[in-house]
Design a protein around this ligand. Structure first.
Ligand SMILES: Cc1cc2nc3c(=O)[nH]c(=O)nc-3n(C[C@H](O)[C@H](O)[C@H](O)COP(=O)(O)O)c2cc1C
Length: 332
């Protein structure tokens, strides 16, 4: 199976992607996923308008992690003009790829005509991609959903418009806007898109385990898969998937108590490492705020973890968070 994903001026060395996830895929988290084998990572969606206005918080989102050899910057915009202007500035951050968000279902975004609202205007997607391409020599990709709702399934049309505009890769999250993140992702749509599109197709949706990822490759023939919620609290999912793809064996045998225990310990070690990286990139006080949700995710399902999470929620300093993790680690 071909594992590289080839675009005109960019070869992505493998087929495991980390999704753009607002509020989660910052530099620290991306850096950890790369250590565990993610082949390509994206920033969270970044406002084109915020970039044009030089909003410092927005510009922070565009920065690369130290070990991030390849980076996709995802923007959202409802205007071709603003998208183009923003990409002119984005180029200062030397992205390897620019991605256009056409899938965000959140009302605040959709109301402005961006995110999933663009699915209602496929011609506009083409216009925005063209405007981006005027400003960059980097490849452009587009991330779409299946359609607005079950009455308006138009992923083939939106993807084709994007490609006509010059997009070189399409990611499909095969849910509709009205589904949000609930219900099942319809992988049949991925299979259909892959059959009909001349550019690489990346699959997103309901990838929570290594087995899900393998199944998506097999069932849809997509060129790459993109972990999203499945990577939160579990970056080793990239390593396990890579091993399974390369050697046909998963690294984490089931029903083996010792292996289970060392896997749980590893997750706690990742949580501590993640906290340190977050401090490095964002400073202590923001790190405490940001890391609570990640630590809750790392400890989800671990013994006695609801008690642990209650303590984490109350923590107000890096020292307290570290102490809580150390104490818990010693009980496993
Ligand atoms: C909290 C959250 C934030 C997200 N933020 C983004 C985003 O910034 N850009 C984007 O294209 N998709 C975003 N997504 C969608 C994911 O990238 C992915 O397509 C979706 O979660 C489906 O994959 P999953 O079912 O495996 O989680 C987000 C999803 C979640 C749950």
């Amino acid at each position: 199976m071909e594992t590289q994903v080839k675009l005109t001026t960019l070869t992505i060395p493998g087929n495991l992607f980390l999704a753009p996830i607002a509020g989660f895929t910052d530099r620290a988290f991306r850096s950890i996923c790369i250590r565990y084998g993610a082949d390509f990572t994206f920033t969270e969606m970044v406002s084109a308008e915020g970039i044009v206005r030089n909003n410092p918080k927005t510009l922070m989102l565009l920065r690369r992690a130290d070990n991030e050899k390849l980076l996709g910057i995802q923007i959202f915009s409802s205007s071709a003009k603003t998208a183009g202007e923003s990409v002119k500035k984005v180029m200062d951050f030397k992205p390897d790829l620019i991605d256009l968000n056409c899938g965000c279902p959140v009302s605040k975004i959709v109301r402005t005509g961006s995110g999933a609202a663009l699915l209602l205007e496929p011609a506009k997607i083409k216009e925005i991609v063209k405007a981006i391409k005027v400003e960059t020599d980097r490849p452009v990709s587009v991330k779409i959903r299946s359609g607005w709702d079950s009455e308006h399934i138009n992923y083939l049309e939106t993807a084709k418009m994007a490609v006509e505009g010059g997009a070189e890769m399409i990611t499909l999250h095969p849910r509709t806007r009205s589904q949000g993140y609930s219900g099942r992702a319809n992988w049949e749509h991925l299979k259909e898109l892959k059959k009909n599109l001349p550019v690489p197709v990346i699959g997103s949706g309901d990838l929570f385990t290594t087995e899900d990822a393998i199944r998506m490759f097999e069932e849809t023939d997509c060129n790459g898969i993109m972990f999203a919620r499945g990577a939160i609290g579990n970056p080793p999912v990239f390593r396990q998937t890579k091993r399974l793809l390369q050697r046909g064996t998963a690294s984490f045998p089931k029903n083996n108590t010792e292996d289970c225990r060392s896997f749980l310990k590893e997750k706690l070690e990742i949580a501590r490492y993640h906290l340190n990286l977050s401090i490095k990139y964002r400073g202590a006080s923001l790190a405490v705020k940001e890391m609570k949700k990640h630590i809750c995710a790392y400890t989800k399902g671990l013994p006695n973890s609801s008690n642990l999470r209650a303590k984490i929620a109350k923590a107000d300093s890096v020292e307290t968070l570290n102490q809580i993790l150390r104490d818990y680690y010693s009980t496993i």
